[in-house]
Write a protein that binds this ligand. Sequence first.
Ligand SMILES: Cc1ncc(COP(=O)(O)O)c(C=O)c1O
Ligand SMILES: N[C@@H](CCOP(=O)(O)O)C(=O)O
Length: 416
Amino acid sequence: MTPVEALACERCGRRYAPADVEYTCPEHDGVAGILDVRYDYDALSDVLAGVLDGPTEDLWTYEPLLPVDGDPVRLGAGGTDLLDAPALGDALGVDALVKNETTNPTGSNKDRGSAVAVSRARQQGHDTVACASTGNAAASLAGYAARAGLDCRIFVPADLPEAKAVQPRLYGATVLGVDGTYADAYELCREVSAERGWYNRNAAMNPYAVEGKRTLGFELAEEAPDADWVAMPMGNGCSLAGVWKGLREFERLGVVDDTPRLLGVQAEGATAIYDRFVAESDDSDAAAPDGGAVADGALDGEDTTADSIDVGVPHNAGKACRALAESGGDAVVVSDEAILDAQRLLGECEGVFAEPASAAAVAGVRAAVERGTVAPGERVVTVATGTGLKDSASAREAVDDVISVDAAGQGLPEDL
Ligand SMILES: Cc1ncc(COP(=O)(O)O)c(C=O)c1O
Ligand SMILES: N[C@@H](CCOP(=O)(O)O)C(=O)O
């Protein structure tokens, strides 16, 4: 197993032996003290050559760098394609690449976090896992729980897109539709899981889920060492922070000489991380379309068609802002209209059907080019975090109507 040195509190810096604490720092209430897994990098360095030797089949190619003690749960997460995206690049004015996370086994990058969290849950003898979700973590946890033979409980906002509520049930999970926001579902899941002894996967409190997410950073470092930017959507901010951790570690371990800048993208209806980043950045030229009102990062106003990033209380905001700042990156906010345009652009240009939250990253690149943050021709990897197939109702807004034709061809347009 990867030698975990300690769990360090993101807030106060206290360090704990892994056996002494399961979730957050005991010095703070609730989720405030997120713990970060710290490794012995000399030991990681010793196993690195074996990891880099050969193709990345899936995220367990990186098993010696992951905090899992053998017998991981395998469903095929990771090892996703990095696509050249020339048509998208022409449309955006950059040298574009797309990291296609839509092909993960349950359809999103959340599978990376679930693979590690569920493997640990099984190793520790838990029989039930749980999470709150806007849909993708739900399906992901449920799919991995099914593979591991564990029971699964999911808390979701009741107004979830239909397929996102169906998918985890198909994997055998019990889905609880909470009459409220994602933030409400998160708090309820936290309380009930603690009361009933369920293993809580949520990356806002479980230090190990993000360790799976950092494998996306490993892959990007290996596959696109010359990238200038990596653009990602932000909901809780954990996915972006996880990618940054992986990128930085591969720089530290000498796999790459340099790291790309991160572009974090939020939707106009849920801007808490963006607001905090702007507030913390002395020299940021970030500006929201609405004038850029600065909030305290703890809003509960969730209102965007990009439901996966419709997060009013992003618990990983601090980590995400630090990642953006350390990378020399930036944050942008995009409208729902721009997101739907970008969803269609990504589909038409590159054959990738991504959900609105993922398309937000494409819209964010366009916005960043327009305001000069990303220079024309720079090499930009956009992470397509999740498939659009789970939310055809949103995609419906982005496409033309079906043309009705009778069986004899009546109605067929002449100019087709
Ligand atoms: C498809 C998709 N993209 C992006 C995100 C945002 O990830 P995070 O909440 O880690 O910032 C999510 C979270 O659910 C997601 O499902
Ligand atoms: N929006 C996310 C929230 C949970 O994901 P996590 O990995 O940050 O715990 C989702 O539901 O997919």
